[in-house]
Design a protein around this ligand. Structure first.
Ligand SMILES: [Zn+2]
Length: 504
């Protein structure tokens, strides 16, 4: 057994060596210029761009710079005559003030009460208990069947019938306000019962949130959670008509804003592969300045420059774009710099929902993103052994003297924390190429989402090698005879089969 394994290992390594020897050293990536890449780093991660927070001035400047570069390289605009794809966003926050009175019991917003959504309101009326406040046409379950809640304030248990876990509670959060409004209620509050401290729940759901603006209405009546004493349900149900009560809310805060993705398209050289686009992505946004950054800052240095996260990846994206323009690949390439990653992968999610080239013609997403690096002898692959492109990445890395670190820090779930997952969820084989990390080490945390993540702390020689290995890997993938695909049993395989109409 051991010998067979060793034999296989020798086969594999001689194969990669042979493969590496075939690589054409006149490809543009073999003559990348360190000073030029460092120059881009000093611009994209400069204080002037103020941490490139989504929607901010610095974010817009970075995006326009990327668009200008794609234009200069000869890429066709991705969106009609524009390199920009608008991404509509919505910032929401819980009402700043609110109160609920039930008989002689009073609850105040951000005290024992968390009104999460709904318009400004001030109502008086009975307070009634409606069990879970859940309606399910399929199972014919209807908690509003036997009670009249018209014009009343409804109190319910948290979660849904049969599921009071976190998942059940969050399902309720999404749907209960609508059900209560349809039954005629004027407000609905769930009694908090999850096993986490009320304070952290309140902090999590009550804080400002950014999301895609889907154009859908928020709750039409005030909705939220209330932290009550054990005998509350008893008191509420003792009187058939409910208790007297009132509530008031200053209304959910909604601010609409917009940002944009930046993209260009380059044709390939093989007419037979013209409908097999490879989309190469990097996020160009970061977190901003001061309090926005979420980490420590001082008056002297309050800018979260995001040199590693993700000027590093953005520069590798542009470097590959330029190299492909000079020496095109067999397959066509889409270069897409996405916004809103730090707000929850919003830009990539928007593109995946609103693709400018049909997703079924997009055969692979190669994303470049990193939390930082602590091992410059390697590069990391997040999503190794899942799409069959590993030999190309191995060959590209070794061509520049780098080893491949497969899926470091598995406990961090990195695959699902970067933009590749927006594509994977739709079925497009996708993964992330990242700088070398051995794990979430002290060296990594020294810079990760810190004001210290600035150009002065970047190893520019490594930046160049990273760009080279990334570009060559992307090229080898785009030039493959066969397209990459999810391996059997991968959790995104089914989505892929559906997207591409693969028959089993
Ligand atoms: Zn980040």
């Amino acid at each position: 057994m051991k010998n067979t394994a060793l034999f296989l290992l020798l086969m594999v390594s001689s194969f990669t060596t042979a493969f590496a020897q075939e690589i054409d050293k006149t490809l543009p990536e073999f003559s990348f210029n360190e000073l030029e890449l460092a120059g881009q780093m000093h611009f994209l991660a400069s204080d002037f761009l103020e941490g490139r927070r989504t929607g901010s001035r610095g974010n817009v400047i970075a995006g326009q710079y990327i668009a200008a570069q794609l234009r200069a390289f000869g890429y066709a605009p991705i969106n009609g005559d524009s390199y920009l794809q608008p991404v509509p966003l919505m910032k929401t926050a819980a009402p700043s003030t609110g109160k609920l009175m039930v008989d002689d019991m009073g609850f105040t917003q951000m005290g024992d009460l968390l009104i999460m959504r709904g318009p400004e309101a001030s109502v008086e009326g009975s307070v009634v208990f409606a069990n879970y406040g859940w309606v399910d046409a399929e199972t014919e379950h209807n908690d509003y069947e036997d009670i009249n809640v018209r014009g009343k304030i409804v109190i319910t248990r948290a979660g849904i019938p049969g599921d009071v876990s976190q998942a059940g509670v969050f399902k309720g959060v999404r749907e209960k306000a609508k059900m209560a409004a349809e039954a005629g209620a004027v407000a609905i509050f769930e009694m908090y019962s999850l096993p986490f401290p009320w304070g952290s729940f309140k902090g999590y759901l009550g804080s400002e949130r950014m999301g895609l603006d889907s154009g859908s209405e928020s709750a039409t009546i005030p909705y939220g959670f209330v932290k009550v004493q054990d005998d509350f349900v008893g008191r509420l149900t003792k009187k058939k008509k409910g208790l007297k009560g009132s509530m008031a809310s200053s209304g959910m805060l909604i601010e609409r804003m917009s940002s944009f993705n930046v993209g260009g398209v380059l044709e390939g050289t093989d007419p037979e592969l013209k409908d097999e686009y490879m989309i190469v992505t990097a996020h160009f946004d970061h977190v901003g300045v001061g309090k926005q950054g979420g980490g420590a800052f001082t008056e002297q240095d309050s800018i979260f420059n995001g040199a590693r996260d993700n000027a590093f990846g953005t520069i590798s994206l542009l470097a590959s774009a330029r190299a492909f323009a000079e020496r095109p690949t067999r397959r066509p390439v889409i270069i897409l710099a996405v916004t809103g990653e730090e707000m929850g992968l919003l830009g990539s999610q928007w593109y995946a929902e609103n693709p400018l080239i049909p997703l079924e013609k997009t055969i692979f997403n190669f994303n470049t993103d990193g939390a930082g690096y602590d091992d410059i002898t390697g590069i990391s692959l997040i999503g190794a052994n899942r799409t069959g492109i590993d030999p190309q990445v191995e060959a590209a890395a070794s061509a520049f003297g780098k080893k491949v670190i497969n899926d470091p820090a598995p406990e961090q779930g990195l695959f699902d924390r970067s933009d590749n997952v927006s594509f994977a969820a739709k079925g497009v084989p996708a993964l992330s190429f990242s700088p070398g990390i051995t794990g979430f080490s002290d060296e990594l945390f020294k810079y990760y989402h810190q004001v210290t993540d600035n150009p002065e702390t970047i190893n520019m020689a490594y930046l160049k090698e990273y760009c080279q290995a990334f570009t060559l890997a992307a090229r080898l993938i785009a030039n493959r005879d066969t397209r990459p695909y999810w391996v059997d049993g991968d959790k995104y395989r089914e989505a892929g089969d559906k997207l591409y109409g693969v028959k089993k």
